[in-house]
Structures are given as C-alpha cells and as structure tokens.
Design a protein around this ligand. Sequence first.
Ligand code: NDP
Length: 386
Amino acid sequence: MAKVLCVLYDDPADGYPTSYARDDLPVIDHYPGGQTTPTPGAVDFTPGQLLGSVSGELGLRRFLEEAGHTLVVTSDKDGAGSVFDRELPDADVVISQPFWPAYLTPERIAAARNLKLAITAGIGSDHVDIDAAIAHGVTVAEVTYSNSISVAEHVVMMTLSLVRNYLPSHRVVLDGGWNVADCVARSYDLEGMHVGTVAAGRIGLAVLRRLAPFDVRLHYTDRHRLPREVEDELGLTFHESTEAMVPHCDVVTINAPLHPETEGLFGDKLLATMKRGAYLINTARARIVDRDAVDRALREGQLAGYAGDVWFPQPAPADHPWRTMPHHGMTPHISGSSLSAQARYAAGTREILESWLAGRPIRDEYLIVQGGALAGTGAHSYSANG
Ligand code: NDP
C-alpha cells in the first residue's frame, strides 16, 4: 500500500467555498493538436469546485483510501520541522503544485527513502531537482497541457493590461478619482506592435494564436522550429536565439521551462538590448529572469512594464522587490490554477496515480523523468546538468 503525500495551498481566508460564482464549466475533451484531456477511470469531484487547496484534496481521498492507500495533505511545506519534512521519509508518492511548490531538493530526495513518484499537479516540474530525481530513480510526471491554455489567456490579459495601462487606471476609479490624463499618459494600442515569445510550445503557440487577431507582428524563438504552415498561417518571424529576437520586440513573453539553459536568461545584459519601453511578461518561471535586474530596468525606464505570476521563492516574502517596483502587474501564482484548470489537473493527477498504482505505463506526454533519465515531454523540453 502506498503513502501519498500531497502539498496544496491553503484554503480561502474565509473558509472552503460552499457555493461558486458559476454553475458549470465548458466541456473540453481535447487540447489543440488532438491530445485528449485526462482520462481517469472516474473522478470524485464536481468540475468547478476548488480542488487545489487543502480541503479540496485534488479530489483524491476517497479513491486512495478505498484502495487501502494513505493520503496525507498539508500546506505546511517550508521551514524546519514542517509537516512535509516530517511525512516525507516514508512517502512513496509526492504530489505538489507549482503554485505552492514543495521544493524537492537533493537533500529532501535523499531523505525520502521510499520516494518513487513525484507528480506535478499542473505543469513545470522545476521544483523537483531533476538531477537528483534522475540519480535516485524517481519518476517525475506532470499533467501536460492541463493548464497551458489557462496560462496563455493570462498572458494575453497581462499584455493588454500593461500596454493599455489598465491597472493604474482601475486604481484611479477605486480611489474615487477621474484624472484621465493620469491614466492615458502611459496607455498605448497593441495594434502594430512586435510581440515575441521565448518558446513556442503549448503555451507559447497558444499565445501567438490568441494575439494574431490583434494585428500585431509576431516573433518567436525555440529549440525546435514550428512547421512551415504554422509560421505562414500566423506570419511568424523565427529567430535563432532569445538574444537575436528581443531587440525587435515591443512585447516579450516568456514561455519556456526553467532548466539549466534558461536560468538567469534575462539579466542586465539582455534587458539592455531590448527596445526602450518594452514590456516583459513572464508566466513561466521567476528564475528565468534576474529579480533585481528587472526591478532596475523598470526604475530606469528601460522596461515600460513587467507582469507575470511566477516568483522565487513561493510564497514570495512580504519584502520581495517585485511587490513594490514601478509599473508592474504581478499576481500571485494563479494563471494555471483557474477552477477550469484545476478540474483538468486533478483528473490528470488521478490518471497518473491510477496508472502507476496498477503498474501500467504513465502516458508518455506526462513523463519528465523515468528510469534514471529524462523521458517523454521532459526529454523534449528540458535539459539536465548530467
Ligand atoms: P511545453 O513543453 O509545451 O513548451 C515548452 C517549450 O519551451 C518547448 O517548445 C521547448 O522547446 C521550449 N524551450 C525549452 N528550452 C528552451 C530554450 N532554451 N529556448 C527556447 N525555447 C526553449 O510547455 P508549456 O508551454 O505547456 O509550458 C511552458 C512552461 O510554462 C512550463 O515549463 C512552466 O514552467 C510554465 N507554466 C506556468 C504556469 C503558471 O501557472 N504560471 C502553468 C503551466 C506552465 P522544444 O520542446 O522545442 O525543445
């Protein structure tokens, strides 16, 4: 029987919801490109419920306990003596969400003597030390595509909100004011701007597709080039590297995983090559950019705006400079955890558990590491230090 240790974010401050803003979710059974949404044998939740917080339990308790397994759910993941550290040594499976990551450091992986499977309920397994997982034979899997479109929508929202100066203008309303000039002195149209994505994977391509109708000029860079017909359809300009792309762009959106190739990519040097007054949107991972370099670029006017939802560490401390830097549109890490996304990644987590517990292969597209090597999606999109 397996012990499953699940780390989730806290319930809402006013308690677990008893009702919701909407009564249902649209039914989506395929992602763009044809991959099916998760196909577990069953689910024990109603899509649209809050599943990612502690009381939501990703809808897993009945399924696991009826089969005789143990489920431990906690939000207490950091600091000496955390529940996570106490429960880890005999856990067979760890489940964590990038929004509230249980950092599986090399030390923790070494301490987790029974650990065989680390599931990311969502996408982006950089909170797991990939090299240590490879060395210890831990399988790492994530629910590929479950929230890619959720994030792409967030990127479009943040792009428009920065370029059009939405948040400061909304603030004027909240504060009882009406100074139109205050609002529009930093407000532009997106139309005609050059927008580039670092990576055109599931999220990056979805962002390009969603922005195309705004009559912008689209650019991308990626390790693998998109099919010619996609480039032609969207009028894409391909660049060999991020360094080659960013000087051409008014807006840059980062949609690559965090791995050795992308860590620290946007530092003072690269930011200085961007157009003065460019906007940078990062919903990928915080450590792809240099925290203080972004703060400086905003204060000096090199960047006109920065938005995203990814921080390091998470939760971000109260004195994190991104909370107070000028012209930012940061949210906590929420873009991939809409109620719509939660229904998909909770179902996908269950699908992965069902496969693993039954000794069946986990879908190849969910795999990041297996059998001591990068595998599946991981082999395509990640790199290891080796
Ligand atoms: P995909 O695996 O579909 O796409 C990632 C893309 O990044 C691939 O096309 C990959 O290239 C490309 N890539 C990798 N390294 C580089 C590099 N050095 N330079 C340029 N491109 C590179 O993943 P998704 O699009 O679904 O997600 C991307 C990332 O977004 C996740 O890894 C995660 O970190 C983040 N994310 C954030 C969420 C949030 O809530 N904010 C939620 C979901 C994801 P190729 O495969 O061609 O080698």
